[in-house]
Ligand binder design. Structure first.
Ligand code: EPZ
Length: 422
C-alpha cells in the first residue's frame, strides 16, 4: 500500500498546470453510452477513478482508443459494441460514481443491473433520489441481491421531477436518462455545479436539447437519438483549489494554469479573506502570500454556488495554522471530518461538535505518521505536511490517487519534498 513521506517547511513557488475535472469526466464517460457514434474526448484526467470507469464501460463491451499507450488524456470512445448492461459489485464497491451508468443504460437499452453502491468514509451516500427520478420517467426499479434491477417496459417518458435534496450525480443520472425519453422532462431543485453544466454542454454537442443547466430548473426535450462529436472536459476546480491551498499554507507564491476562475468565485473570496494576494486572469490564478501568516476564515459548505464540500478539508488544514479562531460547518455529508483526528496528531487544535469544527490556529504543526481516509481528507493531510516541521508519513494514499493526477510530481515541481513509497 503506497505511502508518502513529506518533509515540510518549504514555501511553494512556481506554476502548476491543472488537469481535467474528475467529476465532469466521470458523468461524460457514462454519457457516451447514449450514442452509437464515436465520441472524441480531450483533457481527460489520468486518475484511478477514470481508469475504473473505463474498465466498467469496457466490461460492458465499449471500446476506447487512447492518445498513447501511457495516457488517455485524449480518448476515442465507441459504445456501439455494448452487449452487457451490468455494473458489477467488484467495480462499484471501489467507485460509487459507477451509479452514473444507470440512467444512460436505461435510456439507450431499456435495462440495467447496477450493484447497489454502499456508503463510504464520508457518509451513507444514499441513491434513493436517483431511483425515484428514474421511476418518474417510467423505469421499473427493484433492489434485490445487492443489485439495482432497472427496466423500461417500452420507452422512458418525459416527466416533472423535484429533488428533495440537491444531488449532483442524481441530477446527472436523471438528465442523461431524459435526453432520450419521449417528450419533455423538467427537473426542479437540480444541482447547479459546473460539472453538471459541463455534462449538459457535452450532451448538447451530441444533439441533446437541454435548457437551464447551471440553474435549479433543467428542461430536457427528449430526442430519438444522439450523434457523435468531440468535447474537451472542463478543468478540475477542486484540484485547482487544492493547489492554491498548497501555495497558501506553505507561505509561497503559486500560479495555476488552464483554469476557469468563474467556477471558483466563492473559494477565491475565501482565499482573499485569508489575506493572500490573488491575481486572476482568463485562465490563470496567482496566489502570493508575501510570506504573511494566513488569517482564519469561517466556512459553511453548501451546494453550488455555495462553498464546495470538496474544499472543506483543505480549508480546515489552512485554518489549523492560520492566525485566529474559525468555525467550519459541513452541511452536505454526515461524516466528512475524518481528517480532523489526523491533523490533531500533528498538533492541530480542533474541537468537533456535530457537523461543526471549531479551530484555534496554532503557530506550527509537527510531522507525524498519519492515515488517509478519503480523497479530500488525504489532500488536507498533504497540505498540513507541507507546512509541518519535520517529516510526515501518510499511509493509504491510494485515496489521493483517485482524484489527483500525479500530485507529488506537480508539488515537487514547485519546491515540495514528497517521496512516494511502495
Ligand atoms: C458528488 O457526489 C461528487 N462526486 C462528490 O465529490 C461531491 O462531494 C458531491 O457531489 C457534493 O458536491 C461526483 O460528482 C462523482 P450528492 P454525489 O448526491 O453526487 C444526499 C469528491 O471528493 N443524497 O450531491 O454522490 C447525500 O447523502 C466527491 O470528488 C440523498 O439523500 O453527492 C448528500 O447528503 C466526494 N439521496 C447530499 O444528497 C440521493 O439519492 C449531496 O450528495 C443522493 C444524494
Amino acid at each position: 500500500m503506497d505511502s508518502f513521506i513529506i518533509k515540510g517547511g518549504t514555501p511553494l513557488v512556481g506554476t502548476v498546470p491543472i488537469s481535467g475535472a474528475k467529476n465532469a469526466a466521470l458523468p461524460i464517460l457514462a454519457a457516451t453510452i447514449l450514442t452509437d457514434e464515436p465520441v472524441y474526448l480531450s483533457n481527460v484526467p489520468q486518475l484511478q477513478d477514470i481508469s475504473t470507469m473505463l474498465e466498467l464501460l469496457g466490461g460492458m463491451g465499449a471500446t476506447f482508443e487512447r492518445s498513447s499507450e501511457a495516457a488517455y488524456t485524449e480518448l476515442k470512445a465507441q459504445t456501439s459494441s455494448i452487449f452487457r448492461y451490468q455494473a458489477p459489485y467488484e467495480l462499484v464497491k471501489t467507485m460509487r460514481a459507477s451509479i452514473l451508468v444507470l440512467g444512460p443504460l436505461l435510456a439507450r437499452f431499456g435495462k440495467a443491473q447496477v450493484s447497489f453502491p454502499g456508503g463510504c468514509a464520508i457518509g451513507s451516500r444514499p441513491v434513493d433520489l436517483h431511483l425515484k427520478g428514474l421511476q418518474a420517467l417510467g423505469a421499473d426499479i427493484t433492489v434485490e441481491g445487492g443489485y439495482i434491477h432497472a427496466a423500461v417496459p417500452d420507452k422512458l417518458r418525459g416527466a416533472q421531477f423535484t429533488f428533495d435534496v440537491v444531488s449532483v450525480t442524481g441530477t446527472e443520472n436523471v438528465m442523461m436518462a431524459a435526453v432520450l425519453a419521449e417528450g419533455t422532462t423538467v427537473i426542479h431543485n437540480a444541482a447547479c455545479e459546473p460539472e453538471v453544466v459541463d455534462l449538459a454542454n457535452f450532451l448538447i454537442t451530441l444533439g441533446a436539447q437541454i435548457r437551464g443547466a447551471g440553474t435549479p430548473h433543467l428542461t430536457i426535450e427528449g430526442v430519438t437519438r444522439l450523434g457523435g462529436g468531440e468535447y474537451r472536459v472542463m478543468m478540475d476546480r477542486i484540484e485547482a483549489g487544492t493547489f492554491l491551498a498548497a501555495g497558501a499554507i506553505s507561505g509561497g507564491d503559486l500560479t495555476i494554469t488552464d483554469v476557469e476562475p468563474h467556477a471558483m468565485n466563492v473559494v477565491l473570496e475565501k482565499f482573499a479573506a485569508m489575506g493572500v494576494e490573488l491575481s486572476v486572469s482568463a485562465n490563470q490564478i496567482r496566489l502570493n502570500t508575501k510570506g504573511k501568516r494566513l488569517k482564519a476564515v469561517d466556512i459553511t459548505t453548501a451546494p453550488f454556488p455555495g462553498f464546495p464540500t470538496d474544499m472543506q478539508a483543505q480549508f480546515v488544514a489552512m485554518n489549523a495554522v492560520a492566525k485566529g479562531r474559525s468555525t467550519v460547518v459541513e452541511t452536505i455529508f454526515e461524516n466528512r471530518f475524518m481528517h480532523v483526528q489526523e491533523l490533531a496528531r500533528m498538533g492541530a487544535d480542533i474541537k468537533l461538535q456535530g457537523n461543526s469544527a471549531y479551530i484555534a490556529g496554532v503557530a506550527k504543526l509537527t510531522g507525524a505518521p498519519v492515515m488517509a481516509t478519503d480523497l479530500r481528507a488525504s489532500a488536507s493531510l498533504v497540505l498540513a505536511a507541507l507546512v509541518a516541521e519535520g517529516e510526515t508519513h501518510i499511509d493509504r494514499i491510494y485515496h489521493i490517487d483517485r482524484g489527483y493526477e500525479r500530485i507529488e510530481l506537480k508539488l515537487n515541481d514547485v519546491g515540495a519534498h514528497i517521496q512516494r513509497q511502495k
